[in-house]
Design a protein around this ligand. Structure first.
Ligand SMILES: [Zn+2]
Ligand SMILES: [Zn+2]
Length: 337
C-alpha cells in the first residue's frame, strides 16, 4: 500500500471528523449540513442535522429518540452498498456494536480509510457481526484500551445472573444495563439460555425494546414495572438504566440483588462504588485483546484514535510498528459501555 496521505482529505475539526472532498462529517457533535452517522448512541447520533446518511436501523433509532424530525432529511444505506458522495465512495459495513451500527468505509484517490465508530468482535445476537476489511487508515475508539480490560462473554455472565436467581429465588434481581444495545443484548441472551419468564422493564427501556422487536429482534415477554404491583417482583428480573440503580425509583424494590452489565465491572472499586452485588463484565466495545487483534488484521499503516485511553493505545501501536495518532475528539462520552 502507498504511504497514507489520508489526513489531507479526512481530518478532525471542532465539529468532529470531516471528509473534505465529500463535504460531510462523521458523527459530528454539533448540527451540520451533511452527516454520516455510525450508530444511534447519543454521543454519535445527534439531532438537528440537515441531511443524515446511516443504516435504516440507525435512522429508526434516531426517530424514536429524537422524533420524526430529528433531521431535515434521512437517507438509508444498506450494509455493503457503495454510494458516491462528491466522488468519495462511501459504504457502511457492520461494526457489531449495537443494532444498525456501522463502520464507515471511505475511498478516495486510491486510499481507503475506515471509521469504526464503536465496535466489538464478540458475538451479539441482536446485531450483525463486525466485518473486517483492510485499509490504509483505521480510526478506532479506545474506551477499554488498557491490558486490565478483558470482557467476558454475555452468555457466561447471563448464566451467572440465572444462577443467582436460583440460589435466591425470593429476591428481585435488578439488572443495570444501558437502554440502547446492552439491555436488549442481555435480554436476548437470557432467552437463548432458556429463560422464558416475563422480564420487567424500567419505563425508559420500553420504547427501544419495542423498536428492536419491530426490527426483528425477538425479546420474549416483557412487562413495564409500572404495570404490576411490587409484590409481584420478588424472584423476577427487572432491567433498568444504570442511573436508576441507586435512585429513588429502585427503592420500590425490597432488598434487590443489584447486578450491572458493563465493561467497567472488571474494576472491583467501580462495582463497590455503585453498590453492585453482582458485577457482570459485559461490554459492547472491544477489550484490549480484541483491539490489538483488530489493529493487526486491518493491516493499516496508521491508526487514529478518537477518544478514550488514547495515550496507552498510541504507545502500544508504536510497539506494533505502526503509526498511532490521537485525534482527541471531544464529545464522545460513552453512553454505552
Ligand atoms: Zn456506542
Ligand atoms: Zn461511543
Amino acid at each position: 500500500m502507498m504511504s497514507p496521505q489520508v489526513q489531507r482529505w479526512l481530518y478532525p475539526v471542532p465539529e468532529g471528523l470531516y471528509c473534505e472532498p465529500g463535504q460531510f462529517f462523521i458523527d459530528p457533535r454539533t448540527a451540520v449540513d451533511r452527516a454520516v452517522i455510525t450508530h444511534g448512541h447519543s454521543d454519535h447520533a445527534r439531532s438537528g442535522h440537515r441531511a443524515v446518511l446511516a443504516t435504516d436501523e440507525t435512522i429508526e433509532i434516531m426517530k424514536v429518540r429524537y422524533g420524526e424530525n430529528a433531521a431535515f432529511s434521512f437517507q438509508a444505506l444498506p450494509y455493503g452498498q457503495p454510494l458516491s458522495i462528491n466522488g468519495v465512495t462511501v459504504s457502511l459495513i457492520p461494526a457489531g456494536h449495537i443494532l444498525g451500527s456501522a463502520q464507515v468505509v471511505l475511498e478516495w484517490a486510491g486510499q481507503r480509510a475506515i471509521v469504526s465508530g464503536d465496535y466489538k468482535r464478540q458475538a451479539d445476537p441482536t446485531c450483525a457481526g463486525f466485518e473486517l476489511r483492510t485499509c490504509d487508515v483505521f480510526v478506532t475508539e479506545a474506551t477499554f484500551a488498557l491490558p486490565v480490560f478483558r470482557h467476558e462473554t454475555a452468555a457466561k455472565e447471563a448464566a451467572r445472573l440465572l444462577d443467582s436467581l436460583r440460589v435466591m429465588p425470593d429476591r428481585t434481581h435488578l439488572l443495570g444495563a444501558y437502554g440502547l444495545g446492552k439491555a436488549q443484548r442481555m435480554i436476548r441472551t437470557l432467552r437463548d439460555l432458556g429463560y422464558d419468564r416475563p422480564i420487567y422493564l424500567h419505563g425508559a427501556m420500553v420504547g427501544l425494546c419495542a423498536l428492536y422487536e419491530r426490527l426483528g429482534v425477538e425479546l420474549g415477554p416483557l412487562l413495564p414495572v409500572a404495570s404490576v404491583g411490587n409484590d409481584r417482583l420478588p424472584g423476577e428480573i427487572v432491567v433498568a438504566p444504570p442511573s436508576a440503580l441507586n435512585d429513588r425509583w429502585s427503592r420500590r424494590l425490597a432488598n434487590p440483588v443489584t447486578a450491572f452489565a458493563s465493561g467497567w465491572m472488571r474494576v472491583r472499586g467501580r462495582a463497590r462504588q455503585r453498590g453492585v452485588e453482582l458485577p457482570l463484565v459485559v461490554s459492547d466495545h472491544v477489550d484490549w485483546g480484541d483491539l490489538l487483534q483488530t489493529i493487526e488484521e486491518v493491516q493499516a499503516q496508521e491508526i487514529w484514535v478518537t477518544h478514550g485511553r488514547d495515550d496507552a493505545l498510541v504507545h502500544q501501536i508504536a510497539k506494533m510498528g505502526r503509526r498511532g495518532r490521537a485525534l482527541a475528539l471531544v464529545g464522545y462520552e460513552d453512553e454505552d459501555d
